[in-house]
Design a protein around this ligand. Structure first.
Ligand SMILES: Cc1cc2nc3c(=O)[nH]c(=O)nc-3n(C[C@H](O)[C@H](O)[C@H](O)COP(=O)(O)OP(=O)(O)OC[C@H]3O[C@@H](n4cnc5c(N)ncnc54)[C@H](O)[C@@H]3O)c2cc1C
Length: 406
């Protein structure tokens, strides 16, 4: 049995190791000079490798049954045992996010590469597969220097996010040419550009906030976490999670706005009372002084400018209507999203090979016998928190087992 794996990221490396552990040595093709470059870059160099709490709720809700089936077979304990077997110990934070004990992505990269080489996987860096053709009952792979025949092929080429780390859409080209349907990709886990100029004035300020998504005016999910104002718009964890759906909606021409709650710990009514109390107790406070007691300076100043309330006005001179307007703006400041910060800055891409045409237990194509898909190239995208890497490990593992079965 001769098998090829196209793309040596998390999914491809896991599939190669799994197959080799069962006695079949795969050829692993990688276009870059180094395997697993996204593993090295992940989690800001610390690699949020997985999460103890895994379910389809943590993934963009297109294929819940597919995701749950894959996660059930290769769950967190199974992954943890695998890591230990290759000498990689893990550390889990109270919220479930899991990192290598070393806190360095290099450890993950090193352990996967070492294990693949130790098991005799044929690692071929700087070999970009250009075409996959069906030949007889198998396949011929073309890498620019000639063709090589294989019985089974796994496409684990990832998607278009982070082109500087090898992100591309080759996998979708292969899938389409072999008869598969694909959902056109969109950048995800990425900052959002806003129509308003205000965010630029608050650039560099990070707060604990909530962002609620509105698509064509319809209220959607609310995402909590930190929110960072930037020169182009907004980023931060709350926005990255919201971006999966926001980006897809923009790509399909829909109108996207976000409502930012700058102080989610206070309900709007109690906020009005608090601000009024602060003004009553300190008659000499300006309205800017009052706001600076609860929010960062740049935000306080910009918010008052938006509401056209003079910064130096005494708090005691504010009307109940002014207080209600300030509290409303704090509780839901609306911004219109124009575009995302683009693939270069995206951690992942949504869309990919349609999961309807792939078996969730084996990652085998339901259309082409002997063809498999794993990792981000499939139409699965997870939130932040280790979910994307876990899906890559799990689907790579399932493909690795299935590919060596006679
Ligand atoms: C900056 C950054 C930080 C991230 N942090 C995290 C994190 O902390 N936790 C988390 O869960 N996820 C994180 N992610 C997402 C995660 O890294 C990916 O979802 C995951 O690596 C996908 O694995 P994959 O194997 O499917 O694809 P990839 O890792 O993209 O691997 C695909 C490989 O295929 C190669 N390739 C492509 N085309 C060809 C071809 N034609 N021939 C040969 N080789 C080819 C590519 O060069 C690449 O090496 C992060 C991503 C980025 C960019």
């Amino acid at each position: 049995m001769k098998i090829a794996i196209v793309g040596a990221g998390a999914a491809g490396l896991m599939a190669a190791i799994t197959a080799a552990e069962r006695g079949v040595k795969a050829d692993l093709y990688e276009q870059s000079p180094e395997v697993g470059r996204k593993i090295l870059a992940s989690g800001n160099g610390r690699c949020n490798i997985s999460n103890t709490s895994l379910s389809s709720d943590d993934y963009f809700g297109r294929h819940p049954t597919f995701v749950d089936t894959a996660l059930k077979t290769f769950d967190f304990p199974a992954f943890s045992r695998f890591c230990e077997s290759i000498g990689l110990l893990l550390r889990t934070l109270p919220d479930g996010r899991t990192y290598p004990l070393s806190n360095e992505a290099k450890s993950v990269h090193g352990a996967m590469k070492r294990q693949a080489l130790h098991l005799g996987v044929g690692v071929h860096p700087q070999k970009r597969v250009e075409r996959i053709e069906r030949r007889g009952g198998g396949f011929r792979l073309f890498d620019g220097q000639g063709g090589e025949d294989y019985d089974r092929v796994l496409v684990s080429t990832g998607l278009a996010a982070a082109p500087q780390l090898g992100g591309n859409t080759d996998g979708l080209t292969f899938a389409k040419a072999l008869g598969h349907s694909v959902i056109e990709p969109w950048p995800a886990l990425v900052g959002l550009h806003l129509k308003e100029a205000w965010p630029a004035r608050m650039s560099g300020v990070k707060i604990d906030a909530e962002a609620t998504l509105y698509i064509d005016g319809k209220r959607g999910e609310t995402f909590g976490g930190d929110l960072l104002f930037t020169k182009y718009g907004v980023s931060g964890f709350a926005i990255l999670d919201a971006s999966i759906e926001a980006s897809r909606a923009i790509a399909s021409g829909r109108r996207v706005t976000i409502g930012v709650n700058l102080l989610p710990i206070f309900p709007r009514q109690s906020l009005v009372k608090r601000l009024e109390k602060l003004a009553q107790r300190n008659a000499f406070f300006t309205v800017l002084d009052i706001l600076q007691g609860v929010l960062p300076y740049k935000i306080s100043k910009t918010l008052l400018e938006v509401l056209k309330i003079p910064l130096e006005r005494k708090g005691s001179e504010l009307t109940p209507k002014n207080f209600r307007a300030i509290a409303s703006q704090i509780a839901e400041w609306r911004f219109e999203v124009t575009e995302t910060h683009g693939y270069k800055h995206a951690e992942v891409a949504g869309g990919g090979v349609s999961c309807r045409e792939v078996d969730a237990k084996t990652m085998a194509s339901k259309i082409v016998p002997g063809l498999y898909f794993a990792g981000e190239v499939l139409d699965i995208v997870g939130k932040r928190g280790g979910y994307n890497l876990h899906f890559a490990w799990a689907s790579g593992y399932l493909a690795g087992i299935a590919m060596v079965k006679r």
